[in-house]
Ligand binder design. Structure first.
Ligand code: GCW
Length: 800
């Protein structure tokens, strides 16, 4: 008896340890562990016993191997590959590989287009088949991942009948990675691109990166930082880029590069980079020919021009259209596109890295720029650039035109004037990826120009590498906002997918097959573009070479959510969280429910403990890490937190109504109306648009000051609640990730309190009102918080 007991105990321990084996996070959501529910495992095993999966192309080959390997490990059984279907068999492919598939797509899914896929169970000649079908090879790979997801999330697979197609065409990760392997605003180690060892050394990570992206439908990657380095366009580096493109191609991922506007001068030996100069135009045309000879499916360029010191057409007295169209013309013969960023402010050229750190105490770049701008012996960024001296404002002298308004002012005059292969890439909000921003007014103002969304996945302003903040609610809030650009219901999502102005768009497109040897010339022909203008969504990547890719295990959820929403913006944040948790942690209902609740509460928490009620841009200068609402001595007015919150003895907030900067006029009347009056304005945006008194009456009857204090406290409380939720999962999550997240939540708690204390102490010097009961106090002084410095905060990405 004792022996039996002992064996049983040993078996149970072994089982438990097998199920909760060490997880270093490398596998992301692609874990494919053996199905741990015995009944379900039996059911899945009997529904899938073999597969018919012809693989005449590299994409179909990776799709087949993925299915074979992952089903093999989830079912703990190797499936045979057959040439003709047997009972309970998977049949995968395109219409050209199977008449059954051809028939299915034309009869039951006539609307399926582009890279969409179908998962469908059907009885064919008395045999039960599960069909994974698409018109394109890459669609089949997407279908494979979707099918695998069904099993990973323990869904029934017996009677499936579903189809899904991407709603935007270009679903892209933007890496702010430098050739030195530092990553601007990266908090997960060094760049995953090992430029030094490329092209000869292919890191397994590149392949896993491609798999992960393909599994969520991402189909492009911009390898380099928008604060660009021309060197990447030299032959030495293009060989390296080519090696990466070759790895990504079977996964349907196209490579893009950032183009530095001054490249013809930097590396081409020209005297100017003026976009209207024929020699410059020829230089870019030749450069594109060279790139396409190496990478026939090269996606195109992302350009940051005339912003934060980057050179651009304005440097030569030219316009955004002159600049963007020059690239467009060079790329068009090859089917390439230009993503031209609308994040513009400041035409003054900056010194290298100047914008990384605006604290004069340790910002050498600023010192130099303010001291000798215009007289510098060291060339700045561009030989033809203007040098506009900037003098540091004395405290109290902060004023400048509203930066909120600049992108609109610079771009709307050119609506309809860009070539069809240009997308204007617009950040989600008017300032800069704050925890909460109203949507950028540009989304409602350029009906004749395709606009591409730029989200920031990396958490520059959301707790960086250590805070658990699930971003899907932020993304959704923006996507679902109504711009009224073409009447009610013109949501930002519909502007992005093209359907607001082009009915019928927002549904499927074909990404041309990315096979070597096939001319990509037809990718974006004028005809195609006229019929279906370009659409896209970009996310600034949070990936680095940390073993688990994103440093915070929950950073993976943001990468995942971005991809899923770029594919289908109608998915809900909760639905995406649900899939992700099940794939990444477990299907255990306690785990799923606790983690989902934490994730769904986390974004509002960060807004509350950092920037409640419409506060924005009040972070410290040291790498944007921590609070710094008191900062008032950066060399540009609009780098100063005091410029944004404008606290004074009367109240706080940026008046953007007619009595202030009047930025509200950049929105359609219906939108303007909803934010115009400080008494009716949605309180979450209040200080974005109004300067309200400290005793302003809030909807719940509190004074503004009390409400502000309560919000800061509620942010902290939510983090403490998250800690408790997480603790309740002890034993249900593998030890490694459990401990990691526990430690990170402790940091988050400390930092949430830091934000609360520092901000309230500071704002109290204006409000002169007491902190209400229930709101945490600190023994520290405001001077203490002001004295904190973080000279080596990560993410500054120095040395381009
Ligand atoms: O968010 C700000 C960042 C900069 C970044 C810039 C941009 C790449 O602080 O680091 O530069 O925006 O988006 O261009």
């Amino acid at each position: 008896m004792w022996n039996i007991m002992r064996t049983l105990i040993m078996a149970c321990t072994l089982l438990a340890s097998l199920q909760l084996r060490a997880e270093d996070g490398y596998r992301l959501w692609l874990r494919y562990d053996r199905i741990d529910d015995p009944a379900l495992l039996t059911q899945y095993r009997s529904s899938v016993t073999a597969m018919v999966f012809p693989a005449p192309s590299p994409t179909l080959l990776v799709a087949r191997n993925e299915l074979l390997d992952d089903l093999g490990s989830m079912l703990d059984k190797k499936l045979p590959i057959r040439t003709t279907p047997s009972d309970n068999c998977i049949l995968a492919g395109t219409p050209s590989s199977s008449p059954v598939i051809a028939q299915l797509l034309s009869s039951k899914y006539p609307g399926l287009a582009g890279d969409g896929y179908v998962l469908h169970s059907q009885l064919v000649e008395g045999k039960h088949l599960i069909i994974i079908a698409a018109h394109s090879d890459i669609g089949v790979l997407y279908g494979v991942f979707a099918f695998l997801r069904l099993l990973q999330t323990h869904q029934p697979i017996q009677n499936i009948s579903l189809s899904s197609s991407p709603l935007v065409q270009r679903r892209i990760l933007d890496h702010w990675d430098n050739l030195t392997r530092t990553v601007e605003r990266g908090y997960a180690g060094a760049s995953i691109w090992n430029w030094h060892l490329l092209p000869d050394y292919i890191d397994q990570r590149y392949i896993d990166y491609a798999r992960a992206n393909a599994s969520i439908g991402i189909n492009g990657t911009v390898l380099t930082n928008v604060n660009a380095n021309s060197l990447v366009l030299t032959p030495l580096y293009l060989q390296k880029v080519r090696a990466l493109a070759d790895v990504f191609r079977p996964y349907g991922i196209r490579v893009y590069l950032t183009a530095k506007f001054s490249a013809p001068v930097d590396i081409g030996g020209l005297k100017t980079a003026d976009p209207l100069d024929p020699a410059v135009q020829k230089w870019w045309k030749d450069k594109c020919d060279e790139i396409y000879s190496l990478i026939p499916d090269f996606g195109g360029f992302l350009v940051k021009a005339n912003s934060e010191g980057q050179p651009g057409p304005q440097t030569y007295g030219r316009t955004h259209t002159d600049g963007a169209n020059m690239f467009a013309d060079a790329l068009a013969p090859h089917g390439g596109i230009v993503m031209w960023r609308a994040f513009v402010y400041d035409v003054r050229p900056q010194r290298k890295n100047e914008h990384f750190d605006d604290n004069p105490a340790h910002a050498e770049g600023h010192k130099a720029a303010t001291a000798d701008a215009g007289t510098s012996k060291t060339p700045v960024v561009d030989s033809g650039a203007h040098n506009i001296p900037v003098s540091r404002p004395s405290p109290g002298e902060i004023s400048a035109p509203d930066r909120f308004k600049q992108a609109y002012a610079e771009f709307t005059p050119f609506d309809g004037k860009f070539r069809p292969n240009v997308l204007i890439q617009v950040k989600n909000g008017p300032i800069d990826f704050q925890p909460r921003e109203p949507f950028s007014p540009l989304f409602g103002a350029m009906s004749k120009t395709p606009l591409m969304m730029e989200f920031q996945i990396t958490q520059e302003y959301l707790g960086q590498g250590t805070h658990l903040v699930y971003e899907a609610p932020l993304f959704k809030e923006v996507l679902d906002a109504d711009t009224y650009a073409n009447g009610k219901g013109s949501t930002v999502a519909k502007i992005i997918d093209g359907s607001a102005f082009h009915p019928g768009q927002g549904s499927p497109f074909t990404t041309p097959t990315l096979q070597p040897g096939i001319s990509p010339g037809g990718q974006t022909t004028a005809d195609q573009l006229a019929a279906a203008p370009l659409t896209g969504m970009a996310g600034v990547s949070n990936i680095g070479n940390e073993r688990n890719w994103t440093n915070h295990p929950f950073g993976q959820a943001n990468w995942y959510a971005f991809g899923r929403l770029a594919w289908d913006h109608t998915l809900s944040a909760r639905q995406i969280a649900d899939e992700w948790v099940k794939q990444t942690f477990s299907n255990n209902t306690m785990v799923v429910s606790a983690i989902e609740k934490m994730m769904m509460a986390s974004r509002e928490a960060v807004v509350n403990y950092m920037t409640p009620l419409g506060l924005h841009h009040i972070m410290s200068s040291s790498g944007h890490y921590g609070p710094g609402p008191w900062l008032n001595n950066a060399p540009r007015a609009d780098w100063n937190p005091v410029y944004y919150h404008r606290a004074d003895a009367y109240g706080i907030g940026f008046d953007r109504t007619a009595t202030g900067s009047n930025a509200l006029t950049q929105y359609q009347p219906q939108v303007r109306q909803q934010w115009l009056d400080s008494n009716t304005c949605d309180e979450k945006f209040l200080l974005w648009f109004h300067h309200v008194s400290w005793s302003h009456k809030m909807k719940d009857g509190h004074t503004f000051w009390d409400e502000l204090c309560n919000r800061y406290q509620s942010g902290v409380d939510t983090v403490k609640w998250m800690q408790r939720q997480w603790k309740s999962l002890a034993g249900l999550i593998d030890k490694e990730r459990f401990t990691q997240v526990s430690m990170l939540l402790n940091i988050q708690e400390k930092e949430a309190e830091w934000w609360r204390n520092a901000c309230l102490l500071y704002f109290q010097t204006f409000s002169r009102m007491p902190i209400p009961p229930g709101v945490g106090h600190t023994d520290q002084t405001l001077e203490y918080y002001k004295s904190l410095r973080f000279p080596y905060a990560p993410g500054t990405g120095i040395s381009l």
